[in-house]
Design a protein around this ligand. Structure first.
Ligand code: DX5
Ligand code: ZN
Length: 216
């Protein structure tokens, strides 16, 4: 099932409630949490994600680009996020983090940077509900999709199918009308799009266009 998750990183942070109301057909809102350590950029944290939770009825897909995921991730599940994604590079005990997330009622998701290989982490998959293959270096919106990630997306899809297809394969970074078909053909089913949605005059039309292309 194709899912489109607009990223509010490209939205107007001074008017988040209004910006959230512009994407009613989104399958979830992608919220990028950055700590200025795991990635060079700094965005928002728990108090703002709580406020976002209260401001929309859409499911929240929280993408944690922060160090010490073991310590901080569960609180994002506890506040009512539908899914919480931690980076494998930032977790000391990823299995425990995934179990903590699920025990707080969230889907557990794990992300990997472009340079992190999938194979050494395949044994973790049974603990997860979603795998995020980063298609840019995490930290900033508006970067170009890395075509060299297509084989990794395909490997993630195969690994998911080997486990019955239960695990969603998400891509994040540079997804737009030009790139989404390639990512979909490689096996992604869940698409984060920041600038492609929020830089459009009509975000709802942008979502519909992406959904149509991903379904091809
Ligand atoms: C980047 C973030 C993305 C970002 C994507 O590190 O994780 O979610 O918002 O932005 P676009 O879609 O513009 O590449
Ligand atoms: Zn993201």
């Amino acid at each position: 099932m194709t899912a489109i998750h607009p990223s509010i990183l490209s939205a107007d942070f001074a008017n988040l409630a209004t910006e959230l109301s512009r994407i009613p057909s989104a399958d979830a809102v992608h919220v990028d949490v950055m700590d200025n350590h795991f990635v060079p950029n700094l965005t928002l944290g728990l108090p703002v994600v709580k406020a976002i939770r209260a401001a929309t009825s859409l499911p929240l897909d929280v993408h944690l680009m922060i160090d010490d995921a073991d310590r901080w991730a569960p609180a994002y599940a506890e506040l009512g996020s539908e899914s919480v994604t931690f980076h494998v590079e930032a977790a000391a005990r990823p299995v425990q983090v995934a179990r903590d997330l699920r025990s707080h009622g969230a889907r557990a998701a794990m992300a990997m940077k472009p340079g992190t290989p999938l194979e050494p982490h395949l044994s973790l998959l049974s603990e997860l509900d979603m795998l995020l293959i980063m298609t840019v270096e995490p930290g900033f919106g508006g970067q170009s999709f890395m075509d060299e990630m297509l084989p990794k997306i395909a490997a993630a899809r195969k690994a998911s199918e080997d486990l019955g297809g239960r695990i969603a394969v998400q891509v994040d970074g540079g997804i737009n009308r030009e790139t989404i078909m390639r990512a979909a053909e490689a096996g992604a089913d869940t698409f984060v799009a920041g600038s492609a949605v929020y830089s459009a005059d009509d975000p709802e039309a942008a979502i519909a266009g992406l959904r149509r292309l991903a379904g091809c």
